[in-house]
Design a protein around this ligand. Structure first.
Ligand code: SF4
Length: 72
């Protein structure tokens, strides 16, 4: 387990919104894979400050606005 760093965030999925479009796994393949039904599985890795801009872009690209970043 790694120590929490300032500015780290965690990805979250709102399952009431996610429609399994799969775009998030395409855009963030290191953090998200798809299960056999096409729904995302998060690897639980923390998003570092340096990765935040890209991760924010991906949350905005989610067609269902189901992907969120939560500050740790
Ligand atoms: S892009 Fe959004 S709706 Fe599609 S699988 Fe990812 S979280 Fe779900």
């Amino acid at each position: 387990m790694s120590a929490q760093q300032p500015g780290e965030h965690e990805l979250e999925i709102d399952w009431t919104r996610c429609d399994g479009h799969g775009l998030c796994a395409t855009l963030l393949p290191d953090d998200i894979v798809l299960d056999e039904w096409g729904f995302p599985v998060l690897n639980g890795r923390r998003v570092t400050a340096g990765e935040l801009t890209n991760a924010r872009r991906v949350t905005l690209a989610c067609p269902a606005l189901a992907l969120r970043l939560r500050r740790l």
